[in-house]
Design a protein around this ligand. Structure first.
Ligand SMILES: Nc1ncnc2c1ncn2[C@@H]1O[C@H](COP(=O)(O)OP(=O)(O)OP(=O)(O)O)[C@@H](O)[C@H]1O
Length: 362
């Protein structure tokens, strides 16, 4: 007897998506079940980029379906599609940009820019179309980290075309000014410069735009957080108490402006001696996780203090590019998938689909 659609659904309910930690029926990823005699096919449409896992997920689903009585041929078509999610109320969306991820830190020097660029490259490695906006006006580091030395041009005579580094679209004040000459920025100039970089760039169909914010939680960051249409924020911290206190301020700042916190990345968590492999928690233990528990936000992952991370970014080839199969890259990819999943779980932006409501007297 042929298998029923209900039986196929029950089997799919027993399979847990490795990234959402939910089954494919609950997440509504399983669609279009077709049964033709002893052959079953199903589409699995993931809401996050997972290029490196598509084959594994396909295999898991097909193996599961083949355990059903009456099924000898199973086909799973696994794909992903990224949609726009909602942002703070009253903030204008950017054309051609589906989701904006702000990467912030309460304190300078904790590795925010390094995390931002590797997160962007990891999302791209998982198949998403990604951009990087370097909003760190005081110390733009993305041009160096992405190995970009060109100057942006304008093909339409109005907006600048982003420059491409390792497959991602990038815009930075560092492309436009001489980074060796210190610039004195006053508050309103910073927000204006940033809004121009964001709005006057010809972004090309981005799934995610990662924004590397300046460090700190002062007025400037607050204004930026209120003006940039952000889907969610990632906070980077190191485990020392002093960094954590500032990171807590960062969390509160985003709460204040209604931007959801995607989670916290702990950087320089653990030092691994490059000579003997000895592991040491130089900056303390468990601080990031404790903070996440206190504020009920997700701990996205921890990066070791590893001289290769510094050397890779300094040379313009961040770890995700220079060592695509390495342990550090896997951590960045895990973080990237968690970020994408969390964004996928936030409310979808329906603003573009809502019909105009016209009140007429007739
Ligand atoms: N996990 C790590 N292991 C080793 N070095 C790291 C790590 N993360 C970052 N670094 C290095 O630490 C320095 C500071 O990093 P980065 O510029 O990313 O910090 P930041 O928080 O963006 O600083 P700021 O915003 O103040 O410019 C850089 O030289 C970078 O290569």
């Amino acid at each position: 007897m042929a298998v029923s659609e209900l039986q196929v659904q029950s089997a799919l309910k027993e399979l847990i998506d490795p990234n959402t930690h939910k089954d494919y029926v609950t997440t509504k990823s399983a669609r279009n079940i077709k049964i033709d005699g002893d052959a079953v096919s199903v589409d699995i449409a993931l809401g996050y980029p997972a290029q490196s896992q598509l084959a594994t997920i396909k295999q898991q689903v097909e193996d599961k379906l083949k355990t059903l009585d009456g099924v000898s041929k199973a086909t799973a078509n696994v794909s992903f599609k990224i949609v726009s999610h909602s942002v703070q109320r009253g903030v204008k969306l950017i054309p051609n940009v589906k989701n904006i991820i702000a990467v912030a830190s309460g304190k300078g020097g904790v590795g925010k820019s390094t995390t931002a660029v590797n997160l962007a490259l990891a999302l791209a490695a998982e198949g998403a179309r990604v951009g990087m906006l370097d909003a760190d006006i005081y110390g733009p580091s993305q041009p160096t980290m992405l190995g970009i030395t060109d100057k942006p041009e304008s093909t339409d005579g109005k907006n600048l075309d982003p420059l491409i580094g390792h497959g991602i679209q990038a815009m930075s004040i560092g492309f436009l000014i001489d980074v060796e000459t210190p610039m004195v920025w006053r508050g309103p100039m910073v927000t204006q410069a940033l809004e121009q970089l964001l709005n006057n760039t010809n972004w090309n169909e981005l799934d995610y735009l990662v924004v590397d914010l300046p460090p700190g939680t002062g007025d400037i960051q607050l204004t930026l957080a209120q003006r940039v249409p952000v889907t969610g924020a990632v906070i980077v911290t190191t485990p020392q108490d002093i960094a954590l206190i500032d990171a807590r301020k960062g969390l509160k700042m985003f709460e204040k402006v209604g931007i959801p916190i995607i989670g916290v990345v702990e950087n320089m968590s653990l030092h691994i001696c490059s000579n003997c492999g000895h592991e040491e928690r130089i900056f303390g233990e468990g601080g990031g996780e404790r903070m996440c528990r206190d504020y009920n936000v997700e701990f996205l992952g921890a990066l070791p203090l590893d001289s290769s991370i510094r050397a890779d970014t300094d040379s313009g080839k961040p770890s995700v590019v220079s060592d695509p199969d390495g342990r550090v890259t896997e951590i960045y990819k895990q973080i990237a998938r968690r970020v994408a999943v969390k964004i996928g779980e936030t409310a979808v932006d329906h603003s573009a689909k809502f019909p105009n409501i016209v009140i007429s007297n007739t």
